[in-house]
Design a protein around this ligand. Sequence first.
Ligand code: TRP
Length: 453
Amino acid sequence: MPIPQRSKPQRGLWSSRLGFVMASAGSAVGLGNIWKFPYITGMHGGGAFVLFYIFCILVVGIPLMLGEMVIGRHTHKNPVGAFKSLKGGAWTAVGWLGVIAGFVILSYYGVVAGWAVDYLWLALRGAFGSQHASKVPELFTELLSSDLRQLFWQAVFMASAIGIVLGGVRKGLERANKIMMPILFLILVFLAGYGIFSPGGPAALHFLFYPDWSKFDSRGMLEALGQALFSLSLGMGAMLTYGSYADEKTNLPTAAFSVSFMDTCVALLSGIAIFPIVFTYGMLPAGGPGLVFKTLPIVFTRMPAGNMFAVLFFLLLVFAALSSAISLLEVVVSYYCDEQKWSRHKATLLIGFFIFLFGVPSALSNNLLKEFHLIGDRNFLDSVDFLASNYLLPLGGLLITVFTGWVLTTRLAKEEIEKGAVRFHFYPVWHFLIKYISPVLVAIVFLHTVGLL
Ligand code: TRP
C-alpha cells in the first residue's frame, strides 16, 4: 500500500511550469483588462493614468503576486488552510475573506460575462453588419431590459465555468487555459494591428502614451491602484490557490513577473485596439462602462468586415472572462475540497450552483430589482461590485502584504522561493517593496475609500 502523504492529500499539481504561468495569466486577463481598463483609462485622461497604472503594477502588483504565490506553494493549501497552518488565529480570517470575495465577485462577474456571451451570439447571427447600423445602439438597452435573457446567458456562462473546474487542475484548468490564452492573444494582436493602421491610430497612441498630468488627480491614482489589484487577480488568494498547485522547481519570481507582464500587455493592447476606433469615428474616450458594449459595436457596423471583427472581439471577451471565472470558482472549491473533504465533483457543482443563485439578483438588477438599492443609489450588481472591489480586495491585499512581509517574513519566503535551486536575484528589492512600500500604498487607498483619509 502506498504511504499516504499527509501534507498533500490528493491535490492536483500543474503538469508543467508553462501550464502554471498560462493558468495564472488566464486568471489575471479578464473583463478587467478588456472591458474595464480602456474605459477607466478613457475617463481619467489617458497617458498619465496609464503610466501611474504601470507604476502600481511594478511597485505593488508584482511584489504582492509573488507573496501570494509563495504562501500558496509553501503550504500547498487553499487560502483558509494556508493562513490557518502558517499562523492561525485571526489570520485565518484573511483566508475566509478570500473565499467570500471569490463567491461574491464570481456572482456578478458571471452576469457581465453573460452579456459578452449574448453579444457573441448576436455577432454570430450577423447583428453587427452594416445593414443593422441603426439598430445597434439599442441592443444593449434591449439586453438589459430582459431579465430572462440575462439569466439565460449567465446560466450558460456559469455552466461552462463549472464544467471546466469539474475537470480538475490538469484536465480542466490547465488545458482550458492552454487553448484559450494563445487564441486570445492572437485575436488581440490582430485587432490592435488593425487599430494602429486605421485613421484614428496616431491619435489613440498619443492619448494612451502621452501623459497629460493636468488631467490626472488623486482619484485617478486610487482607481489605478484598485484596477491594478483587480486586474492581476490579487487580494483574495486566487494566485495563492494557483501557486499551491505549483511544484518546488517552479521559479516563482519569474512566474509572477511573466504573468504581470502579460496582463499589462493585454490591457495596453486592448486600449490600442479600442481607442483608434473611438477616435476614427469621433467618439468620446470617456464613454464609461458602456465603451465595450455600446460604443464599440456601433463602430463595428461602420467598418469593412465589421461583423467578423465583432465575432472575434466578443469571442475574445468570453474566453478572457471564462479563464478568470474558473480561478474565482477554484478558490472556493479548493477550500471545500481541502478543509471540508468534499469531493471535487460535489464541491464544484454545489458551490457553482450557489454562486449562480447569488448572482440572480445581479442579473435582475436592471429590471425586476431596479428599485432595490443596496448601497447608496447603486443597483444590486453595482453594489456588490463596489463592495468587492473597494472593500474586500484592498483589505485582503493589505493584509496579505503585511502577512508576507512581517509574519511569514521575507527571509522564510526567500527560502521557499529558492527551494528548487532557483536564485532570487531581486530579493533585496522585493523585501523592501513588500515590507514597506506596498502595505503603505494599499493602506492609503483603503483608508481613502472608507473615508478615513
Ligand atoms: N483579474 C480578472 C480580470 O481582470 C478578474 C479576477 C479573476 C479576479 N480572479 C480574481 C479579480 C481574483 C480579483 C481577484 O477580469
